[in-house]
Ligand binder design. Structure first.
Ligand SMILES: Cc1ncc(COP(=O)(O)O)c(C=O)c1O
Length: 396
């Protein structure tokens, strides 16, 4: 049999997959599983989208322009305009989710062997996206003790070397829920300018700031030629499955290059791009109730976790995730045990062990990530189960 590529061997499988399989087994056997492991929102996709799908009449459904349909591009520009980000038509492209936008951004700016600086714990798929382009992730470790805010400039700059082409900044952060302040972002902008590197600004949770407005990295004029913003309809519109995102930059060479990659995959799904237009036009009324709901959940989860003896957590400021430290030796083992063996009245919980969110071996071993994508009532029960599981596990 012919051998596979080195790239194939280097490609990480999702660290969450094994546990997800175990969860399916448990469900088959009649156990209820509370999924706190992935960022799959449970709220409804806007009616505006569903109606637009029903009314869609293009036949045959044709390829769209590689950059996106002109109407959808204009709708996204209108949405950004309302956020104070004025864009020309050649400063954004529509992508198959934020995921494709990240792959295109990395491939547009980095060659195999180059690296991208990242703050860990980070969105674990950055590893996989990097591997597609042969690009390594160069971690700067954050700490739960200051709510995963930035360390000193010296610590950050120590991770930058001659092969560093960019830093990737997820704000608000998946997996920590941290919202970086405007001052922190300004420090990052200055560092990027000092080292002449790009900034990939992953802002797919932009509106999800609970206690403060989230500053976009697009709002720093001095960094306009180096900021590449990633965006997505998945989270703010509860529409993960429509696979629509954007790649945005004032650096039109970056966009023109990404559009060339886009030409090779021809286009993004025509129907979904078009059906999102009325949603983008109503974004200002659709998004706030969604954020309010997550804020309520944030309070329930944070207060609930702190009430469990031995748990350490920083209060998330945005997105819908929290990283917390448990009083167990290994959260990999604990999470596996909880999904394979533990139950209370026929119910158990699936969480994500945090080591998968770190590039540095040995980090995050006592931490888990929780995605609070269940309603308040279910979250309350899931936390109760977590508490019982910790008691039982630590007594073993
Ligand atoms: C931080 C972050 N960036 C990008 C993505 C990818 O989003 P999409 O569904 O648009 O591909 C996700 C999805 O979970 C995410 O959490």
């Amino acid at each position: 049999m012919p051998g596979l590529s080195q790239r194939a061997a280097a490609m990480p499988a999702s660290p969450l997959r094994k546990l997800a399989n175990a969860a399916e087994e448990r469900k088959k056997n009649g156990t209820t599983v509370y999924h706190l492991n992935i960022g799959q929102p449970d709220m409804e996709t806007p009616v505006e989208f569903m109606e637009a799908v029903r009314e869609f009449s293009q036949n045959p459904i044709a390829y769209a322009m590689s950059q996106g349909t002109p109407d959808a591009i204009d709708a996204w520009r209108g949405y950004y305009e309302s956020l104070g980000i004025a864009l020309e038509k050649n400063e954004l492209m529509i992508t198959t989710g934020g995921s494709e936008a990240i792959i295109f951004a990395m491939c547009a700016i980095a060659d195999p062997g180059d690296n991208i600086m990242v703050f860990e714990p980070f969105y674990t798929n950055y590893n996989g996206f990097g591997k597609i382009g042969g690009v390594d992730m160069k971690p700067v470790t954050l700490s739960i003790d200051n709510g995963f805010h930035l360390p000193s400039d010296e610590q950050i700059e120590a991770a930058i070397d001659e092969r560093t082409k960019a830093m990737i900044v997820c704000n608000p952060s998946n997996p920590t829920g941290t919202v970086y302040t405007a001052e922190e972002l300004k420090r990052l902008v200055d560092i990027a300018i000092r080292h002449d590197i790009f900034i990939i600004a992953d802002e797919v949770y932009r509106e999800f700031g609970f206690d403060q407005v989230v500053t976009s990295l697009m709002s720093f004029p001095e960094a306009q030629d180096r900021v590449i913003m990633i965006d997505s309809a998945s989270k703010r519109f509860n529409a993960c499955g429509i696979r629509i995102g954007t790649l945005v930059s004032k650096n039109t060479d970056v966009i023109a290059t990404a559009v060339k990659f886009g030409m090779a995959r021809l286009s993004v799904a025509t129907l979904e791009q078009q059906a999102l237009i009325p949603v983008l036009k109503q974004a200002a009324t659709i998004i706030p109730p969604v954020v309010e709901e997550y804020k309520k959940r944030r309070d329930v989860v944070y207060d609930g976790l702190l009430a469990i003896p031995g748990i350490k957590a920083a209060k998330p400021e945005g997105a819908f995730y929290i990283i917390c430290e448990l009083p167990v030796d290994s959260t990999e083992k604990f999470a596996k045990w909880m999904i394979e063996e533990f139950e209370h009245e026929g119910e158990t919980v699936l969480v994500a062990p945090a080591p998968g969110f770190y590039a540095t071996a040995g980090k995050g071993e006592q931490e888990i990530r929780i995605a609070y994508v269940l309603n308040v009532e279910k979250l309350g029960r899931a936390l109760e189960l977590l508490k019982l599981a910790i008691e039982e596990y630590t007594a073993l």
